[in-house]
Design a protein around this ligand. Sequence first.
Ligand code: AMP
Length: 121
Amino acid sequence: MKYDDNNIFAKILRGEIPCKKIYEDKYVLSFHDVNPQKKVHALVIPKGKYANLDDFNQNASDEEIVGLIKGITTVAKKLNISVENGDGYRTLANIAENGGQEVPHLHFHLFGGEKIGKMVS
Ligand code: AMP
């Protein structure tokens, strides 16, 4: 699958549109979801151009993969929703059409700050 450079998260990464930034390092950018579904709703995205999780796992370096997975916990800690520093959260990635993915740049959602409820509705 060819990566679409015009997707909204690519524009955020290039600084062309603003975001409510939570955290940034060499591998990830994290910001609040513009349309929060729970009290806390954050997104964590890799800095590299990967359309979805399968693309990422097939094409990213091990360093990038570790950076993204560790970034999720770093962000959860910052938001006080982690196991160590809060009451837990849910993370999920929608993947392609049947997964309901709308933005074609890999992203993990983090939901927390309250009970998240049913896993799939
Ligand atoms: P998905 O359905 O997994 O692709 O989710 C895309 C998410 O991106 C949705 O929860 C949107 O609310 C969120 N979103 C779309 N545009 C923006 C934006 N400019 N800033 C922050 N979140 C956004």
